[in-house]
Design a protein around this ligand. Structure first.
Ligand SMILES: Cc1ncc(C[n+]2csc(CCOP(=O)(O)OP(=O)(O)O)c2C)c(N)n1
Length: 671
């Protein structure tokens, strides 16, 4: 018993000083939280976490999310000590160019890092999304006697995480949905950058979470290993409610700066580090010291992990015998492989002569068509399902009573919706989609940015994509949104011009396994282009294509349009052609996809010799120089919209066919 206590203590101090030494060596970073939270994270990883460091991708592993990403060294130390591919040199290279140990954990850099964290609150909500994916897969694939999807999601969160609104949104939904596999450890150290949380955070967090429908455990002493152990056991035994374990800790424990904001984000300093080692009875030298007994104890995770995974593999083998189709399906989903012929039924969905239809409605049809084969599309909207057309018919709701439905109801919680979608994508086994009005994409930019950074396949349905929204007025009319989302690296923005392009856009979104895709769709009806008269809609997969031209060969004028404005471009083009101008109309639904095309293709579509270029888009003009050069003209917006019927707003603000014609004539000197 005494030996075990001493061993635990040695392991915990090993973790603490790996973190403190690394921060000291880097001369930057956050030593305080790792030193305070090491004991509870040790208990979790040593006694509960089901994982296999030798196979970090084992699908039924527990997930561990470090929501307080600034405490990254804590995670790196755990990965190193438990036998992941995280060598000591990486710890010594913390925060250096080319290392796998950046300032905040980055998903792609090290196996065992389940998610990129750093922006506070995100990890909290990502965990909720992971639990959605876990319980959806369990609901759809587990069979009597075959519990093949069955794991927990553990999250370490901090005061800052719980101050961010996104964690409240996600917690409220997690409680409502009864995601009982969530176990959150709250490192309540009462300190943040500006000092004590007493100045800005006096609420009763436990009472708040209780009201959300969580099981609240504690406050307990986060340094009391027995108490942490008991709390996690209690959390595991609650199957309906998510659990929040409130752990009182001391930031920077053991250092002279303990309990102060100074130790949050600054190295301890030579003197502070020396004193901390003395206080906790740790050898001064060498730095990065890992006692043999700590190493061999913590590396037992490898044996435990191997055993746990092979037991699961046996269960999986039995499942494959008894339910071969389900097993094959589950494996394909986990790999993210789309089924044979997944996109076949999209063809001919909108034949020539179809009635005018809003692209949001076309999107709803495309989604429902795809979902017949891609049965693991799971998502929904922030209370705008009817407007965004994102219900998958016949697939039921994901709700407290039933976790097997595909239709999520996120409530008016755009931010958590985006973050949960990231967690779902990272968990794997499902393809998440979200939906709201384009103007409210502002409420979900932080997770969209992270999805792009982490290269996750998430589909964002953004409807009501312009001033064409009309009567709801400027609060609901996006103006700067299309362009500003194009500015996010690795986010693919697609603004289809009609129903046929919309079907292709969905196809492109599912094909894009290397990042998120945002679909920008209209509220208002648009004609379905007759593809026997204009180029086929599959040109969308090249981002931009020649939709129509008055004659072959180099044109005198190019008109570029996106989305609903392609129709103005086309009408203007035809009028100008009737006046004898050799004109080409380009549909450019996706800048990102077009820019990835070979130079020759781009040159074929937009020959550099043709300087007379007009772009038309119901959004801000800034950025169009990219395709227009200095000499082109944009028909776009310079102000917010207004409340009136959509066609009137467009007319008053000048986004019209007439203005495209006028801009073109002026460029050609024919005004
Ligand atoms: C969204 C967001 N805003 C601001 C920051 C900058 N930041 C990093 S840590 C921190 C203080 C967090 O305090 P707490 O969560 O209590 O962490 P602790 O002091 O316990 O390490 C802040 C403001 C951030 N990482 N994310």
């Amino acid at each position: 018993m005494a030996d075990q206590k001493a061993l635990d203590n040695t392991c915990i101090n090993t973790i603490r000083f790996l973190c403190a030494d690394a921060v000291q060596k880097a001369n930057s970073g956050h030593p305080g939280t790792p030193m305070g939270a090491a004991s509870m994270v040790y208990v979790l990883w040593d006694r509960f976490l089901k994982h296999n460091p030798a196979n970090p991708a084992w699908p039924d592993r527990d997930r561990f999310v470090l929501s307080a990403g600034h405490a990254s060294m804590l995670l790196y130390s755990m990965l190193h000590l438990t036998g992941y591919d995280m060598p000591m040199e990486e710890l010594k290279n913390f925060r250096q160019w080319g290392s796998r140990t950046p300032g905040h954990p980055e998903y792609h850099l090290a196996s065992g890092v389940e998610v990129t964290t750093g922006p506070l609150g995100q990890g909290f909500a990502n965990g909720v999304g992971m639990a959605v994916a876990e319980s959806w897969l369990a609901g759809n694939f587990n069979r009597a006697g075959h519990g093949i999807v069955d794991h927990y999601v553990y999250v370490l969160c901090s005061d800052g995480d719980l101050q961010e609104g996104v964690s409240s949104e996600a917690a409220s939904l997690a409680g409502t949905l009864r995601l009982g596999k969530l176990i959150y450890l709250y490192d309540k150290n009462g300190i943040q950058i500006e000092g004590s949380t007493d100045v800005n955070f006096r609420e009763n967090v436990g009472a708040r979470f209780d009201a959300y429908g969580w099981q609240v455990i504690g406050p307990i002493d986060g340094f009391d290993l027995v108490a942490v152990d008991a709390a996690i056991r209690r959390a595991q035994s609650e199957t309906q409610r998510p659990s929040l374990i409130i752990c009182n800790t001391i930031i920077g424990y053991g250092s002279p700066q303990q309990g102060t904001a100074k130790v949050h984000g600054e190295p301890l300093g030579e003197e502070g580090l020396r004193a901390a080692k003395e206080t906790l009875g740790w050898p001064q030298e060498p730095a990065f010291y890992v006692p043999k007994e700590a190493s061999s104890h913590m590396r037992q995770a490898l044996q435990r992990g191997k055993k746990a995974e092979s037991e699961w593999q046996e269960r999986m083998n039995a499942y494959s015998r008894d339910c071969p189709d389900l097993a094959a399906q589950l494996e394909a989903q986990i790999k993210g492989v789309l089924p044979e012929g997944w996109d076949k039924e999209l063809e001919g969905l909108f034949p020539a002569g179809s009635k005018p239809i809003a692209t949001r409605s076309a999107s709803g049809k495309a989604l429902n068509t795809l979902a017949k084969r891609v049965t693991w599309l799971v998502g929904g909207s922030a209370d705008l399902a009817g407007s965004t057309k994102t219900i998958i018919e016949g697939r039921g709701d994901f709700c407290a009573e039933d976790h097997s439905g595909n239709n999520m109801h996120f409530g008016v919680r755009e931010h958590a919706m985006g973050s949960m979608a990231n967690g779902m994508a990272l968990h794997g086994g499902v393809i998440p989609y979200t939906a709201t009005f384009l103007v409210f994409s502002d409420y979900m930019r932080p997770p969209m940015r992270l999805a792009a950074l982490m290269k996750q396949r998430v589909v964002y349905v953004f409807t009501h994509d312009s001033i064409g929204v009309g009567e709801d007025g400027p609060t609901h009319q996006p103006v700067e949104h299309i362009m500003s989302l194009r500015a996010v690296p690795n986010l693919t923005v697609i603004r289809p011009s009609d129903a046929t392009e919309t079907a292709e856009a969905w196809k492109a979104a599912l094909k894009n396994a290397e990042g998120p895709t945002a679909l920008m769709l209209t509220r208002q009806n648009l004609p379905v282009l007759d593809r026997s008269e204009v180029a086929p809609a599959n040109g969308l997969h090249r981002g931009g294509y020649v939709l129509w031209e008055s004659a072959k060969g180099t044109p005198a004028l190019i008109i570029i349009g996106t989305g609903s404005e392609v129709h103005f471009a086309l009408e203007a083009g035809k009028q100008l052609a009737s006046e004898g101008i050799k004109v080409r109309v380009v549909s450019l639904p996706s800048w990102e996809m077009f820019d990835k095309q070979p130079k020759k293709y781009r040159e074929d579509v937009l020959p550099s010799a043709v300087k007379a270029r007009v772009a038309v888009e119901a959004g801000v003009k800034v950025g169009w120089e990219h395709y227009l050069g200095a000499e082109g003209a944009v028909v776009g917006l310079e102000s917010f919209g207004a409340s009136a019927p959509g066609n009137i707003v467009s007319e008053k603000l000048g986004v019209t066919k007439e203005n495209v014609v006028a801009a073109a004539k002026s460029l050609l000197g024919k005004a």
